[in-house]
Design a protein around this ligand. Structure first.
Ligand code: SF4
Length: 509
């Protein structure tokens, strides 16, 4: 039993809700009578409602995001039908902007917009002190804007990571909040100013945290701070440590490079947003970057460090054609990041990208995640092809299961156009983009490379076999047995380094 329940539906079990832990840590005297209950989006809404109601709370606070707004709406609708007296408070980016007419907002009693670390506790305090005064709208307005919190007053949330969280889930941390840039598709462009946030790094290491995911939007914005943090972790590095940072691609001065180069291979992962190589598109969406410095930084990272690079490109930006996107993709392939996330443009609530809606004929899906369906330059059928391209790229290029085999798809031709042919062919064969077993995908790739591209079957089989063993597997797939020498499988398989996340480890072997 608890007066206050804080909850959210995470995208996956391994994602421990960082924002909710901040709210819980800052409940003050109310914390003793509050609890945090996490679910994931694969659980049934009624089952979630049952667990929450069993706590018999007076208030439930929901963290609402683009990935959970639909099932969360169902959960709240059920709770309100059974126990209309329970006060529902919403927070999170999905309910911080353009809330008028949003079904989930209509169901809720109060919505806190902005950073609610301190505001949630204040709202609960008022509601509980004046409990019984109905409706609660007489006590507080429906929409409550949280002012930027003063970090000197904030209790950090890290003690709320349990031993189980540390052992089995991703541990999120932050050293700064906000972003000074103005990319029109991004919610963080509304987050100015940037603030430094205290990080008890030694305490986290002492608690046994090995894998740190920094949520800072631009970790290397403040070079002195980011260097100090990197040096701190480098000095205490232990096998199994893994640090993920989001980096601005054109900002890697010598002092940062020197420190980065000292980290062991695979221990650093940089998520590097490029989004577009088309300078006109960059200017149109107010995202300016120095492409020469960006390329120079990529060369440095790939040649002189063991950093795992996860680079982002976006399909569907205003002004981007399929040709210019393809040219950008090829340019990025030439820079050699281990992973390329091909994202489909989303129309996030509150973002200024809507100013292009009329002139660029931007049509988005009305349902989350509000992805672009077509625009003036890319029709719906082509957008669908690119959506499949993105999914199949994830399965083939990013997964680490086809590190050597994927480049066979293009062999000197345009990687974009060649991969699009593979994507179209694969979709015609399987008519789906999910639930394709690895063995089936291997077999189809073998068939495509040998049957469609007429590559030598022995060469293809040996390349696929090396990739297959990269994941620590030994069983020789039946379809390639005739093309492999009998002695070769006796070689020891190259097991990925178990201490690193699996996908990154496969890229490293
Ligand atoms: S895309 Fe990155 S750099 Fe641009 S506003 Fe968002 S967080 Fe900042």
């Amino acid at each position: 039993m608890a007066d206050i329940v804080l909850t959210t539906l995470n995208a996956k079990y391994i994602h421990a809700a960082f924002g909710l832990r901040y709210l819980m840590a800052n409940l003050g005297s109310l914390r003793a009578n509050a609890c945090l209950v996490e679910f994931d989006i694969n659980q049934r809404p009624l089952d979630i409602a049952e667990v929450l109601l069993a706590r018999n709370p007076k208030i439930i606070g929901f963290g609402v995001y683009i990935w959970n707004v639909a099932p969360t709406t169902e959960v709240i609708a059920a709770i309100k039908r059974i126990r209309p007296d329970i006060k529902i408070i919403l927070g999170g980016p999905e309910v911080s902007y353009e809330t008028d007419g949003q079904p989930i907002v209509e169901l809720a009693d109060h919505v806190i917009t902005g950073e609610a670390d301190l505001k949630f506790g204040e709202v609960c305090q008022v509601l509980l002190e004046r409990w019984g005064e109905t409706p609660s709208s007489r006590v507080l307005p429906k929409t409550i804007a949280a002012e930027l919190p003063d970090f000197s007053r904030i209790v950090l949330p890290y003690d709320l990571y349990t031993e189980d969280d540390i052992a089995h889930r991703i541990i999120y941390v932050e050293a700064s909040r906000g972003c000074p840039f103005t990319c029109e598709f991004c919610l963080s462009s509304l987050d100015i100013p940037v603030r430094q946030v205290p990080l008890p790094a030694q305490r986290l290491l002492d608690a046994g945290v090995k894998q740190f995911k920094f949520v800072d939007r631009t970790f290397n914005l403040n070079v002195a701070t980011s260097k100090a943090i990197l040096e701190f972790f480098l000095a205490r590095y232990q096998p199994g440590h893994f640090f993920h940072f989001e980096m601005i691609p054109d900002r890697l001065p010598a002092e940062l490079r020197e420190c980065i180069a000292k980290f062991p291979p695979g221990s650093l992962q940089f998520e590097v947003g490029i989004q577009t190589f088309n300078e006109n598109v960059g200017a149109a969406i107010k995202r300016r970057q120095n492409y020469q410095r960006l390329e120079d930084n990529f060369h440095f990272l790939r040649r002189q460090t063991g950093v795992h690079i996860h680079a982002d490109l976006i399909v569907g930006l205003p002004g981007e054609t399929i040709e210019s996107f393809g040219a950008g993709f090829d340019r990025l392939i030439a820079l050699g990041p281990q992973e390329i996330q091909v994202g489909i443009l989303k129309r996030l609530r509150g973002t200024p990208i809507i100013r292009h809606d009329a002139d660029m004929e931007m049509i988005y899906n009305a349902h989350p995640p509000y992805e672009i369906l077509r625009n003036k330059l890319i029709d719906f059928a082509t957008m669908q092809r690119l959506r499949r391209f993105a999914r199949y790229w994830d399965l083939t290029g990013n997964s680490g299961n086809f590190v050597e085999s994927t480049p066979l798809i293009w062999r000197g031709a345009s990687p974009f156009h060649a991969f699009l042919c593979w994507s179209d062919w694969l979709h015609a064969r399987v008519k789906r983009t999910d639930s394709i077993a690895l063995m089936r995908l291997m077999e189809l790739l073998f068939e495509f490379l040998t049957g469609e591209l007429h590559l030598d079957a022995r060469l293809v089989a040996e390349t696929l076999w090396r990739d297959y063993k990269r994941g620590g597997r030994h069983d020789k797939p039946g379809f390639m047995k005739d093309f492999l020498t009998t002695e070769e499988p006796l070689l020891p398989s190259s097991k990925p380094k178990a201490v690193l996340p699996k996908r990154q480890a496969r890229h490293l072997v």
